[in-house]
Design a protein around this ligand. Structure first.
Ligand SMILES: NC(=O)c1ccc[n+]([C@@H]2O[C@H](COP(=O)([O-])OP(=O)(O)OC[C@H]3O[C@@H](n4cnc5c(N)ncnc54)[C@H](O)[C@@H]3O)[C@@H](O)[C@H]2O)c1
Length: 285
């Protein structure tokens, strides 16, 4: 039987880390939140509280469940305070070196049987685990945005990942209300490899002068997708999108041929919903 995860450490409490923490805590897991500074982790907890309060107003969450979930979220200022976690999920920025540094640091702190999971969108699990002493406990658990609403989690093993690590990841995400799908350790796994093709063509069309709203409407109504590609990039974050497109192109061994408009927006600080402006404008609510 695979190991049951009763306590989790989330490293990187931005868009994805906060979402993962929320669903794990809502399902009864004790969750420590760690970021580069304690106030960033505290801020993530406050954002989760606000999101739960909205869900309560709409009748999706009971007041008592909301309080229980919040009581299981623990911002921490050091990694040392989280030695007891059964698993760690990192959701720091999409950069191989940054992710490897996080896991190398962790290896000196947590016991050898603590499972180490990464929420990478694109980077090879084999490469992330490569410098570690215990690569068998590393797996990809790729959640989708917004985490509370998206059902899928891709579960990815690297070359040296142990079968029990994958089974434990699958049963943990199932316990958190998600549906796991095993994906290969190839660039973009399943979903982002398919998405990459869509986003690159959407950016090309946009650069050729096709209006953003028209591209989105065409995809929503013509393909029956719930969102258009440009509004999706704004939701994901344009800096994160850029990192993903670059990683996908690198991984597939090809040059990134489009994306000028995207790079310009990132340079101007227009990062999508999180900064209030991206391809489209998002007035504060
Ligand atoms: N945004 C999405 O839609 C999405 C979807 C699936 C997967 N992902 C992946 O999830 C990961 C996180 O993406 P995000 O959108 O949540 O990013 P984000 O920028 O919203 O959050 C990243 C967080 O990590 C923190 N951080 C950076 N370096 C750190 C370190 N060394 N130690 C601790 N904390 C650190 C940052 O302060 C920030 O709070 C990336 O690998 C991304 O590719 C993102």
């Amino acid at each position: 039987m695979s190991k049951k995860i009763e306590s989790l450490l989330v490293i990187g409490t931005g868009t994805m880390g906060a979402g993962i923490a929320q669903v794990a805590a809502a399902a009864g897991c004790e969750v420590s939140l760690y970021d580069t500074a304690l106030d960033a982790a505290e801020n993530a907890r406050a954002r989760i509280a606000a999101s739960l309060a909205r869900a309560k107003e709409k009748g999706y969450v009971e007041a008592a469940d909301m309080e229980d979930t919040l009581a299981r979220l623990h911002p921490v200022g050091t990694l040392e305070s989280s030695r007891e976690a059964g698993a760690v999920i990192e959701a720091v920025r999409e950069d191989l070196q940054v992710k490897q540094e996080v896991f190398l640091q962790l290896e000196n702190i947590v016991p050898p049987d603590t499972l180490l999971w990464t929420n990478t969108s694109m980077i090879s699990i084999t490469r992330i685990a490569d410098p570690l002493r215990h690569p068998e406990r590393v797996a990809g658990t790729h959640f989708f945005n917004p985490v509370p609403r998206m059902k899928l989690v891709e579960i990815i093993g690297g070359r040296r990942t142990d079968a029990r690590t994958l089974e434990a990841a699958e049963s943990a995400v199932r316990a958190w209300g998600k549906t796991p799908v095993r994906a290969p350790d190839t660039p973009g796994f399943i979903v982002n490899r398919l998405l990459d093709a869509l986003l690159r063509e959407a950016l090309s069309l946009h650069e050729e002068g096709v209006e953003g709203r028209a591209i989105d409407e065409a995809v929503r109504l013509g393909l029956n997708f719930p969102m258009g590609p440009l509004e999706l990039m704004d939701l994901v974050g344009l800096d994160t999108t850029r990192d993903c497109l670059v990683a996908q192109a690198d991984g597939m061994g090809r040059e990134l041929k489009c994306g000028e408009s995207l790079l310009r927006l990132v340079k101007d600080g227009r990062l999508g919903r999180k900064s209030g402006r991206g391809f489209f404008d998002y007035p504060p609510q």
